[in-house]
Design a protein around this ligand. Sequence first.
Ligand SMILES: [Zn+2]
Ligand SMILES: [Zn+2]
Length: 173
Amino acid sequence: MLISVEQIPSEEGLHLAGTLAATGNLGRDHELSLPGPIAFSVRLRRQEDRVELDGWLHTVARVNCSRCLEQAPRTVEREFQICSRPQEAMPSERAVELDVRDLDVDYYPGDSLDLSAILVEQVLLDLPMKLLCSEECRGLCPRCGANRNRHDCECDPVGDPRLAPLGGLRDRA
Ligand SMILES: [Zn+2]
Ligand SMILES: [Zn+2]
């Protein structure tokens, strides 16, 4: 969803609300997909080519659990405040400019903002590095790879796999 920066009224701003479909896999550090739409409400204010966005979003993401690797739904509810500036204004690495009001600064290419990209980025920012399907997730068995949330395998949970051949010998004796 592209919003032409010039068409944002600089006096009263622009208020947008609705739902937006962000389809496909959005893998970054973890596999992530957004099966449903992102519900949002955002107010845009413009000062020349600088746009401030202030809003909230709500969606359900599907992410891979770090322990058992199964996909699990995760509700994302987030409020955000971003300042978006033209890409030409992006500071060089040497002169990192800090926004005086300490807003998240984002840069738009050309002359329009891609609201879908901004919302997806906010969903990604809301996710922690390590995601679990539940705090009680028992993960995968390190020996046979069985998902221990679903069934208990026959493996010895405390045994060192390097000693398994010795255990076999003992059983036969
Ligand atoms: Zn899990
Ligand atoms: Zn096992």
